[in-house]
Design a binder for this molecule. Structure first.
Ligand code: GLC
Length: 439
């Protein structure tokens, strides 16, 4: 049975380009690229600011060339980018007037963000800023249960001099800088809220931060005033309907994402290897096939994919990331028509396949290449023409269970079938796609 395509309620952000473009690059870059063992290293290893300082003192990405990054993103088929202006460690990639913990004060000595924005815009990509609500470096950020100093014996004493109101002002000031000094910003991707709570079973308290700490209501109001049409994500700890996009992380939704029973605009963010920041020793890099399927799976369920790269401290994408991007580029070169402008289909895909749809064009992504024939029930009599997308070669359509030549199905024949006659040899692409033109 053909099912209806869900329609999320209208939101404040300009969703048109976002829903068309479908595929973006996430970039996590900061001082954590020096230890090269996860962007949460300061938290995980409970490193004090004094001990973390060595990474600041040695930050010198001499090979940084954002034009090269932007070209690689564009070649991979990515249409927008979201860069960490500041991650939880607090280090700022731009010359903020509110802190000295920024790239211009490191041995590198230069602003990283203006050249970045210029380079990606020049490649035609939309610009998004990831901005951490959390800040482990800021002297007024009260130590909570996710802070590197959470187990410090003088935690309470140290917190006496920390004033969250002052941190809040810093957060708002920096947001204003980011949204006024870099031209049009298309996405603001805040990360993240973790409100205080009590475990019902154990009664144990968890001390976190949420909307009141960030001043989320005023913050969002300012963001929307400064950049009308900007897309804001769902991590400010505000009511769900305030968010333009919802952001499942490191999970692959297998159906359209719903919140409180209602369909929402969504984007899943994913990594090549498990870590967001550059991680030298990580081995769990996804295969080319997994990567391409993640993109198809997202669009087939009406979502976007934001795929992350963690540049090294020299300022480049390492070999493994370059290879992964090339895998996307190769596939997208021939198949982007089944991604851009597409969404979940009104039809249910045959087993071992995924559909995406753009109006009267239906894209059949074949994960399990069959032997010669692929039968589809719902679509009998509805297809005008079919071709392989990789080379635009015709695929015969056989209606009502009648096959080519002397071949026959045997047994009872389901007259409601439409059958695609495919080459026995799978085309030499990561995931083959048949483009179906609906009547
Ligand atoms: C998380 C992590 C983080 C990463 C982000 C991406 O919430 O804190 O390191 O930046 O997710 O979604």
């Amino acid at each position: 049975m053909a099912n209806k395509i869900p329609r999320p309620a209208p939101v404040s952000g300009d969703m048109e380009w976002f829903l068309n473009d479908r595929f973006g690059m996430f970039i996590h870059w900061g001082l954590y690229s020096l230890p090269a063992r996860h962007e949460w290293v300061q938290n995980k290893e409970q490193i004090s600011n004094e001990d973390y300082q060595k990474y600041f003192d040695h930050f010198n990405p001499d090979l940084y060339d954002p034009e090269e990054w932007a070209a690689m993103a564009a070649d991979a088929g990515m249409k927008y980018v979201v860069l960490t202006t500041k991650h939880h460690e607090g280090f700022c990639l731009w010359d903020s007037k509110y802190t000295d913990f920024k790239s211009t004060k490191t041995p590198y000595g230069k602003d990283l963000l203006h050249p970045f924005v210029d380079a990606f815009r020049a490649e035609g990509l939309r610009i998004g800023f990831y901005h951490s609500l959390i800040d482990w470096n800021h002297p007024n950020f009260p130590i909570d249960d996710l802070h590197p100093l959470r187990d410090h014996e003088d935690r309470e004493e140290l917190n006496k001099t920390r004033d969250v109101a002052k941190y809040r002002e810093y957060l708002h000031n920096q947001t204003r800088e980011l949204l006024t000094e870099f031209g049009k910003i298309d996405i603001l991707w805040y990360d993240f809220s973790y409100p205080s709570s009590t475990d019902e079973k154990t009664g144990k308290q968890f001390v976190g931060k949420g909307r009141d700490d960030w001043g989320s209501v005023e913050l969002l109001k300012m963001v929307r005033e400064l950049q009308p049409g900007i897309i804001v994500n769902n991590r400010l700890n505000l009511p769900d309907e305030e968010a333009d996009i919802h952001t499942p992380e490191q999970v692959q939704p297998s159906e359209w994402v719903h919140v409180d029973g209602k369909p929402v605009n969504w984007e899943t963010c994913q990594t090549f290897s498990g870590s967001w920041g550059y991680h030298r020793d990580e081995a769990s890099w996804k295969s080319e096939e997994q990567l391409v399927k993640m993109l198809i799976n997202s669009v087939s369920c009406g979502g976007n994919l934001l795929m992350n790269v963690g540049p090294t401290s020299r300022g480049i994408f390492d070999e493994r990331a370059v290879k992964a991007l090339e895998a996307y580029g190769e596939w997208m070169y021939l198949h982007s028509r089944s991604i851009y402008g597409c969404t979940q289909s009104e039809f249910e895909a045959p087993s071992g396949c995924r559909f995406t749809q753009n109006g009267k064009k239906l894209y059949l992504h074949i994960y399990d290449w069959p032997y010669k024939y692929l039968h589809m029930k719902e679509l009998s009599g509805k297809i005008e023409y079919a071709q392989l997308l990789n080379d635009g070669s015709e695929v015969f359509l056989r209606e009502a269970g009648k096959l080519g030549g002397s071949e026959h199905l045997g047994g009872d024949v389901d007259k409601s079938l439409v059958t695609l006659e495919l080459p026995v040899l799978k085309p030499d692409v990561t995931v083959p796609v048949v483009e179906l033109f609906l009547k």
